[in-house]
Write a protein that binds this ligand. Structure first.
Ligand code: SIN
Length: 354
């Protein structure tokens, strides 16, 4: 008589239960000489595995750390961005990994979040967090932000949606909306018109919108990278895209100086990369000072891609029916820091950005 078959589990176990935590530095990894100092500290000192000491993993999950960099994010470089893109890409393609968490300085966190979303369009959750007080502070905010980030990254709705998200001080923002809006408060991030997408409360995520629908909108906003010949971390050089602002008495001298540098670099007389694109933070609805506009037209004629956005803290430029600003410039709904990344990626992909 044969033995009865072993009872099969009702639900197949989910193999993707590793939460990969990638450290890049920031205040969350900062150290000061005394616990009362929350200003004169050094960012990017403490190792990511030490930040996770004592942090419980959600049931069934394993936390796995890797240190990609340990820097003050004001000093973010293309080399670190390349390494991070590569590390996140590898995690997304590892069947054991269910979600990715990135610890990051708050100063350029919004740029890195948009870069990861626009370049990778992750099907698994990628959550970025940081802190406004160093790890040595009497009451640091990093441990709670990390706890919330783990809750968010392993949330069932987010695992189904994927995408890049930011959490700080209990609030959750998508990669396009997240912006640092305050230099000191622990709730230093805002989502502009979009507001928070969710709250992390008592170890649970309370969504204010459908994360899957939001991710679809983010992917549409980022545009297709299908035309890219190679992933950005493999590209030999990233194009120089500068971000300038239109303001009272803007006379275009900065643009003319950049065009002179472009000429010199293309002639091999300047070692820096030649100017390839300009993001202009225009006034109000993307308007540009007439004298700056003259210089921008000259830049376009010389082959520089020009995108216009608004310098307003909230809202986005309302384009004319043919998708251009009132001045005829290509407009982007993204704020300047993120628009700069999208224009770089567009130029890398050799799409026509104009
Ligand atoms: C940084 O961006 O690395 C320093 C500031 C911060 O994390 O709040």
């Amino acid at each position: 008589m044969s033995a009865p078959p072993a009872e099969a589990p009702a639900v197949a176990p989910d193999p993707a239960r590793v939460l990969r935590v990638l450290g890049t530095g920031g205040t969350i990894a900062g150290r000061a000489a005394c616990a009362d100092d929350v200003v004169g500290y050094q960012a990017g000192v403490v190792a990511v595995q030490d930040l996770l000491q004592g942090l419980p993993a959600p049931p069934g999950w394993t936390l796995q750390t890797a240190q990609v960099a340990n820097l003050d994010s004001k000093d973010m470089t293309v080399a670190v961005w390349r390494a991070l893109l590569q590390a996140v890409h590898a995690a997304l393609h590892d069947p054991a990994v269910g979600a990715v968490l990135v610890t990051h300085g708050t100063d350029t966190l919004e740029e890195t979040a948009w870069l990861l979303q626009a370049a990778l369009a992750p099907a698994k959750p990628v959550v970025l967090t940081g802190a406004m007080r160093p790890a040595t502070a009497r009451v640091p905010d990093g441990p709670q932000n990390l706890t919330d980030a783990v809750t968010l990254a392993t949330d069932a709705a987010l695992r189904a949606a994927g995408g890049v998200w930011v959490t700080l001080a209990g609030r959750v923002f998508d990669a396009a909306a997240a912006r640092k809006v305050h230099p000191a408060r622990v709730d230093a991030f805002g989502g502009g018109d979009a507001g928070p997408a969710a709250w992390v409360e008592g170890g649970r995520v309370r969504w204010l919108l459908d994360p899957a629908a939001r991710v679809a909108a983010l992917e549409a906003l980022a545009g297709s990278r299908g035309a890219a010949v190679e992933p950005p971390w493999q590209a030999a050089a990233w194009p120089r895209v500068e971000w300038i602002t239109s303001h009272a008495a803007a006379d275009g001298a900065l643009v003319r100086a950049l065009l002179a540098q472009r000429c010199a670099a293309r002639a091999g007389q300047d070692a820096d990369a030649p100017l390839a694109g300009l993001v202009v933070a225009g006034t109000g609805n993307g308007s540009v000072h007439a004298e700056l506009a003259d210089a921008l037209r000259q830049a376009q004629q010389e082959g520089v891609a020009v995108w216009v956005t608004t310098r307003c803290a909230e809202g986005e430029v309302l384009p004319s029916p043919h998708g251009r600003s009132a001045g005829g410039w290509a407009v982007t709904p993204l704020p300047p820091a993120k628009a700069r990344i999208s224009l770089m990626l567009a130029l890398l992909a050799q799409a026509d950005p104009r």
